[in-house]
Write a protein that binds this ligand. Structure first.
Ligand code: WTA
Length: 641
């Protein structure tokens, strides 16, 4: 039995079959990371080869300059496995939420035709290379088809998670000035139909959206404006099933994906065509050890970077099958996820610690009859996984046979940058592992010195970074410089994560050092929540902190200074509704506290750290430096501590 602190190595059998199993790859790659990535890039299909591999003009950098590529050509016509081999193979398995509804399979050939039809549709509606297209869809095949159709013609997709509120969608559409939005009538969630079209309609007011394409999914009643709305199925009918791929420059914008920003305005991470394709192809191949017949279930919604890279692009580039699921993993029964793994013979399962903690809570009893014989590799992503959850996953799902890749990365990095490779190991509970070959990282103290073994510091990425990393924040270059390139200068990428190395060099991620909290794996800025709460007319001030939660990892706690006359309960509900409206249900707080005053420094800065410590049990520290130390005593009474 594996214990905390133990190292686990892949079995001989796993190692023998693994795509990469020689640890020498690390030294080889680090000797010359640029050459290393060039070698990997050559394996893909380029219309024209790049003229220069890397260019660095801090804080900006470029990869494969002058190269011409299209990710969809690499997925379809020029797939490395060969078109003949993949043509009739399932590209997508779609599992709907209602258990009575059959799953759907799209082969590579069928998917290709659908993508081309929809690409031609977008063209007919006037979409050109470089235009942005909003995608607000549930987990249905059309979501992947839409992304690929944009990629085919060089349109820039901005996918917005379907559980985000209409306000959250609106601001993303406003920033990108998208003229087209692709959405659906509705979808199933825990047995109910969610009317997505209504949210979409609300969102497009005060935006530049001129046309809305609606996929018929749930068949629910929706408002339909004939002058602006189009049914997806009617549009594609008329179109040809072949569309020439646009030859994209390596550094052309591929997609913009927003992530929560401090002030309530989200940051659009810009990813480009060449480097992203190279990175997701290879990281997927090596980290998930993607073999021809693999069936990957990455449970992330397509609206997150994990969904972009490892539900959609990486498995398809590698010619394997990707599974997408419309519903929740524990609905209608707590073992729904286990049923899906067995039903579809999933071989690689990639999920977030929050989901695993939920499985743990339901208990081993629920899955005691599942053998998970098809599984051979497990993955974890999105937040730190603690030792006991790791061990539970290893024992009860992986049956002590499957390696676990604990993958560290960010929306900004585009692909995984730190993890153990499954054919090499070692895997150590709660440790992400080593940087991917060719990636140079360090852990620095506040002064910029490298930390010693076991010493906690800030995780940074050093030149030449990685081909798939962000090239900027959309229409906001200042934010790019300030967030990533100001802590240690413009040649060192600051991740905002705290980390340390163990004696084997394995990296353990401690968590964010900024105001980002991970709520059930979803990335939310406490500043964004505060901005939402402060819209309340009678709330003079607010502070939001993330506190530990058994299942969700962290949850937001909201403190508001309210001086009006309403009842406490009423104000709390108003706060909750504001958050629901501005962001969506994923950001709902665990508790809203009405307080007299918030602890502040003499210069007026709110001391969120103290509020957080009231929940974690840590020492509060010296309160005498506060301008209003008595506020802490009052808050203690309010929260009952
Ligand atoms: C956290 C998700 C610990 C980290 C792909 C990072 C992790 C943030 C891990 C990015 C991991 C991601 N272990 N923490 N394996 N993976 N994180 O942009 O704090 O949603 O900075 O991208 O998630 O979140 P994002």
């Amino acid at each position: 039995m594996l214990k905390k602190g133990d190292l686990y190595y892949p079995t001989k059998e796993f190692q023998k079959r693994a795509i990469i199993s020689d640890p020498k790859i690390y030294q080889k790659a680090l000797k010359d990371p640029i050459k290393f990535w060039e070698k990997l890039a050559k394996e893909l299909f380029w219309f024209e080869k790049w003229k220069k591999a890397f260019e660095h003009q801090p804080p900006y950098f470029k990869w494969f300059l002058g190269g011409k590529i299209n990710i969809t050509t690499n997925i379809f016509e020029e797939n490395k496995l060969g078109w003949k081999k993949i043509k009739n193979k399932p590209a997508i398995i779609w599992e709907p939420e209602p258990t009575g509804e059959s799953s759907k399979i799209l082969t590579y050939e069928e998917l290709f035709k659908q993508v081309c039809k929809f690409a031609n549709t977008l063209k007919s509606l006037g979409v050109k290379k470089g235009d942005t297209v909003g995608i607000y869809l549930p987990m249905i095949p059309e979501a992947i088809i839409s992304m690929l159709a944009c990629a085919r013609i060089g349109a820039v997709h901005t996918v917005v998670f379907s559980a985000f509120s209409s306000q959250a969608l609106k601001i993303r559409l406003q920033i990108t000035e998208a003229k087209i939005l692709i959405t659906a009538d509705g979808y199933y969630r825990r047995g109910k139909i969610i009317n997505l079209k209504e949210s979409a309609d609300e969102a497009i007011k005060d935006t530049k959206v001129e046309k809305v394409i609606v996929v018929k999914r749930a068949g629910n009643q929706i408002p339909f404006d004939e002058s602006r709305d189009f049914w997806y199925h009617q549009l594609i009918e008329k179109e040809s099933d072949f569309c020439e791929a646009e030859k994209m420059d390596s550094e052309d914008l591929f997609f913009v994906l927003f992530t929560s920003g401090t002030t309530g305005v989200p940051k659009g991470c810009m990813h480009v065509c060449g480097g992203y394709t190279v990175q997701v192809y290879w990281t997927g191949k090596w980290i998930f050890d993607m073999h021809e017949n693999d069936i990957l279930w990455c449970t992330s919604d397509l609206g997150w970077i994990t969904g972009h890279s490892y539900t959609c692009y990486s498995p398809l580039l590698n010619g394997i099958t990707t599974l997408i699921f419309e519903g929740a993993p524990d609905w209608p029964t707590p073992d729904r996820w286990a049923q899906i793994i067995e039903k579809h013979k999933v071989t690689i399962f990639y999920t977030a610690p929050t989901a695993i903690r939920m499985f743990v809570k339901y208990g081993e009893e629920v899955i005691k009859n599942y053998k998970f014989e098809t599984l051979r590799l497990l993955g974890s992503v999105g937040e730190p996984i603690d030792e006991s959850t790791w061990l539970w996953y290893f024992k009860n799902v992986g049956k002590e046979r499957c390696p676990i890749v604990d993958t560290w990365w960010q929306t900004e990095t585009g692909g995984i940058l730190i993890t153990s490779l499954p054919g090499i190991g070692p895997f150590k509970p709660a440790h992400a592992g080593l940087p991917f070959p060719g990636i140079k990282i360090d852990i620095l103290d506040e002064k910029g010195n490298s930390c010693k073994v076991g010493e906690k510091g800030n995780l940074v990425i050093l030149p030449p970074f990685s081909p798939g990393m962000l090239r900027g924040t959309y229409k906001n270059p200042e934010k790019y410089k300030e967030t990533y390139w100001s802590q240690y200068g413009d040649k060192i990428y600051f991740t905002s994560d705290g980390a340390f190395k163990d004696e084997n060099g394995l990296i353990r991620i401690v968590g964010r050092v900024d105001d980002v909290i991970k709520v059930a794996g979803h990335r939310i800025c406490t500043g964004e929540l505060e901005a939402a709460v402060n819209l309340h007319e009678e709330i003079t001030e607010s502070a939001v902190v993330g506190v530990p939660d058994e299942i969700k990892g962290e949850v937001p706690m909201v403190f508001v200074v309210y001086k009006g006359k309403k009842r406490g309960e009423e104000v709390k509900n108003e706060v909750i509704n504001l958050i629901r409206k501005q962001i969506g249900p994923i950001a709902l707080p665990k508790e809203v506290y009405l307080v007299e005053d918030l602890p502040k420094t003499r210069s007026g800065k709110i001391m969120r750290r103290i509020l957080k410590r009231l929940f974690t049990g840590e020492e509060l520290g010296d309160l005498s430096t506060l301008a209003n130390p008595e506020s802490v005593e009052n808050i203690k009474k309010v929260i009952g501590k």
